[in-house]
Design a binder for this molecule. Structure first.
Ligand SMILES: Cc1cc2nc3c(=O)[nH]c(=O)nc-3n(C[C@H](O)[C@H](O)[C@H](O)COP(=O)(O)O)c2cc1C
Length: 218
């Protein structure tokens, strides 16, 4: 592989396979309030998030990490008192772009990588910019792409033995203002992440495959 993920390999830790990780991942609420993740881990989690797929590889996401205790108190308040954010020690807001602002650079990369000729890249870029100029489409664009990055981050945290919880129980306007998001960026999901504080309750039941799988049409 050309780009190895930034995981500190600890010899007595066995990292789970992808299937094990997704089958055992939980939204944990039991964090160890006495320890936080280090900077290398934070960067590794974000790097793993950026490996998520995105429309035309436009990567319309950003991540705002909050670790300062006083600022975490403010986040708890904006998250309607969800204290586990503070106990986790790190809150990461996954932010979505509502417009393809990376288009110039990314479509150039398609051409440089011999994946598209210049004319196709120019046309595709114009179509993409046009499509997401619509408010609703722009919002969908941000949420769809950034949600996939968020799931990567959750799985990465779990695979590294950390606890992580995705959250949308927060005042979206308030958090956007508190963290200084520009108008064209939206808060998609807040992730509380940190070292585990121990056991979590049993997972609640999932709907059966027969209930959710449709074949050929809904
Ligand atoms: C979009 C979304 C919003 C969520 N919001 C919150 C939240 O605000 N606070 C929280 O503690 N958990 C939140 N969760 C976690 C869910 O409660 C959890 O994923 C669900 O109960 C299933 O449990 P599991 O993730 O452990 O399998 C959220 C999950 C998702 C996907």
């Amino acid at each position: 592989m050309s780009s190895e993920p930034d995981v500190e390999v600890v010899t007595d830790v066995v990292y789970p396979t992808a299937l094990e990780a997704l089958r055992t991942r939980r939204s944990g609420h039991n964090f160890d309030p006495t320890t936080d993740i280090d900077d290398k881990t934070l960067r590794g989690l974000v790097e793993d998030a950026t490996l998520a797929p995105s429309s035309y590889n436009l990567q319309p996401w950003e991540f705002v990490a909050v670790q300062d205790d006083d600022r975490l108190d403010e986040i708890v308040e904006l998250a309607y008192g969800q204290q586990h954010v503070k106990e986790a020690g790190t809150a990461i807001l996954v932010v979505g772009h509502t417009a393809p602002e990376t288009a110039d650079r990314v479509f150039e990369e398609w051409v440089e990588g011999d994946r598209m000729d210049e004319e196709t890249a120019a046309q595709t870029k114009e179509q993409t910019l046009g499509m997401y100029a619509d408010d609703r489409m722009g919002r969908d664009y941000g949420i769809r792409n950034a949600s996939l990055a968020a799931q990567n981050l959750l799985l990465s945290a779990h695979a590294r033995g950390l606890t992580a919880t995705p959250m949308i129980g927060f005042d979206a306007e308030g958090i956007a203002e508190f963290l200084g998001l520009p108008d064209d960026k939206i808060p998609v999901v807040l992730i509380a992440v940190g070292p585990s504080g121990g056991e979590e309750p049993e997972r609640l039941p999932r709907r059966d495959v027969d209930e959710v799988l449709h074949r050929e049409e809904y």
